[in-house]
Design a protein around this ligand. Structure first.
Ligand SMILES: CC(=O)N[C@H]1[C@@H](OP(=O)(O)OP(=O)(O)OC[C@H]2O[C@@H](n3ccc(=O)[nH]c3=O)[C@H](O)[C@@H]2O)O[C@H](CO)[C@@H](O)[C@@H]1O
Ligand SMILES: C=C(OP(=O)(O)O)C(=O)O
Length: 457
């Protein structure tokens, strides 16, 4: 069994699943209220940022997800004292012991997350060395780390490839630099930020990603004492400082989780109030949700997403970097599109292999064809490279129950939705992976009236 599957099983146990398989009786709408906490894609990076401070940090609204536990473990290996009050959603992170632990090799602890690569800048500043192990994360494409290595090299890191991973040193310290990313990568932008804030002199990053989670990471680093400006046209400028302090911060809500529950409400013909969701970060999602025929109400404390009755309509959507339609939103939406009356197109332009999850939907009766051409508007990086990255969904189709296996985080959530909409019973295995990014999803499903049993309970 690979590391990801192992971790997923362990994660399954921690979210209260005695096994990692659930049997779902489909056909009833999800209705009720659930709360979303801080974003997986911010919280895990905010935890790494605590390594840059000279005093402890406090992060609030931390979700109970396995990626948080993986990063907590990594920080502890590096000598950070971490107290996690799971019920209150509060993390206290004290980096005072990092120098005395002087740990750089975290191979055995990399786990199922991609976050270890972001430890490099802070560790190079604190210890003068760092190590990149084999990375986890969802298998949705090749996911190279070439931008990260170029970024770190351009700050002055000396990079050595070893059979076990990549070792890095900074014999002359790290110095500000001018970088242009060929594609607005979220991770590489965060790599620049986490490295530049303590580098000597100024850094200018063009072609930066500007996802809301990155903006919130910038908020956190400004609280720590960093000087970062975000200019128009994806340019970020950072003036390095000698010292940073700890931060106190309430994490931005998880817009990907919110969008997932929204699609679940729509696909099941339900009505779900997502407490903690906010409009600004979901603007692009809300437009598509409305075009498909979903309805929503924006409240101060969350967003109500519901199926207002009538037919769902087909849409043409391209995933893109922010402010475009987020790639992590497409999988749950695809399930709702199987219910729409007509032909929808989803063109995935961020990852080359992100439609693995549709095999299970087809097995359940969906009519979905994958194409290697760029369908739906603009040519993307994958058009000439034979990747099945455009999906044509013809509906409406009735899904029927089946035995399916969760392939990855968002694909897994879409499988749950498919099983909830299907006629009959589905057996969904490997659901532990879903707890990488969906805190308390079993409890939330219960709160929304889903009819399921956990195998072995
Ligand atoms: C933990 C986390 O925050 N994960 C998110 C992050 O992933 P992550 O930060 O890994 O995603 P990136 O934005 O870096 O990747 C986008 C594209 O750039 C490519 N690339 C990236 C780095 C590199 O060195 N070379 C390269 O070619 C990738 O293969 C991919 O095709 O942003 C993605 C895009 O919004 C989201 O789907 C993930 O949920
Ligand atoms: C792709 C995702 O995450 P990661 O980068 O952690 O694999 C995701 O959250 O959908």
């Amino acid at each position: 069994m690979n590391t990801v599957a192992n971790d997923a099983r362990a994660a399954g146990a921690r979210v209260g699943l005695s096994g990692d398989t659930i049997t779902i009786n489909g056909g009833s709408p999800l209705t009720g209220r659930i709360e979303v906490k801080g974003a997986k894609n911010l919280v895990t990076k905010a935890m790494v940022a605590a390594l840059l401070g000279e005093s402890p940090s406090e992060l609030r609204d931390v979700p109970d997800i396995s990626d948080v536990r993986v990063v907590k473990g990594l920080l502890e290996v590096h000598g950070v004292k971490v107290e996690h009050n799971v019920s209150e959603g509060i993390l206290l992170l004290d980096p005072a012991g990092v120098e005395s632990a002087h740990m750089t090799d975290i191979d055995a602890h990399a786990g199922s997350s991609r976050i270890p690569i972001l430890f490099c800048g802070p560790l190079l500043h604190r210890l003068g060395e760092a190590f990149i192990p084999d990375l986890g994360g969802c298998r949705i494409g090749d996911r190279p780390i070439d931008y990260h290595l170029e970024v770190l090299g351009s700050f002055g890191a000396v990079i050595e490839k070893l059979p076990t991973g990549i070792r890095m040193t900074a014999p002359d310290g790290l110095t500000g630099t001018k970088i242009s990313l060929p594609y607005p990568s979220v991770g590489a932008t965060e790599q620049v930020l986490l490295t530049a804030v303590r580098a000597k002199g100024k850094t200018e990053l063009s072609g930066a990603a500007i996802e809301p989670e990155i903006m919130d990471l910038i908020n956190i680093m400004q609280k720590m004492g960093a000087i970062i400006s975000v200019d128009t046209d994806r340019v970020i400028r950072i003036e390095g400082v000698d010292k940073l302090q700890g931060y106190t911060h309430r994490a931005l809500f998880d817009r990907n989780e919110a969008a997932s529950w929204a699609s679940a409400a729509l696909a099941t013909g339900g009505d779900v109030f997502v407490g903690g969701a906010q409009q600004a970060e979901m603007l692009t999602f809300l437009n598509i949700f409305r075009k498909v025929g979903g309805a929503f109400e924006i409240h101060d404390d969350g967003i109500r997403f519901y199926h207002p009755g009538g037919e769902l309509k087909p849409v043409v959507v391209e995933t893109d970097v922010h402010p475009g339609f987020m790639t992590d939103w497409q999988q749950p939406l695809v399930v709702a599109l199987t219910k729409a009356n007509g032909v929808s197109i989803v063109h995935e332009t961020v990852y080359e292999q992100r439609f693995g999850f549709v095999d299970a939907l087809v097995k359940m009766g969906a009519n979905i064809q994958l194409h290697s051409e760029c369908l739906g508007g603009h040519p993307c990086r994958f058009g000439q490279r034979n990747f099945l990255h455009s999906a044509v969904i013809s509906g409406p189709t009735e899904l029927h129950g089946a035995d399916i296996e969760v392939p990855d985080l968002r694909g897994g959530f879409s499988h749950l939705i498919a099983a909830l909409t299907a006629q009959g019973t589905s057996r969904v295995s490997n659901v532990g992976i879903i707890s990488r990014g969906y805190g308390d999803f079993i409890t939330k499903l219960r709160q929304l009236g889903a009819d399921f049993v956990i195998e072995g309970e």
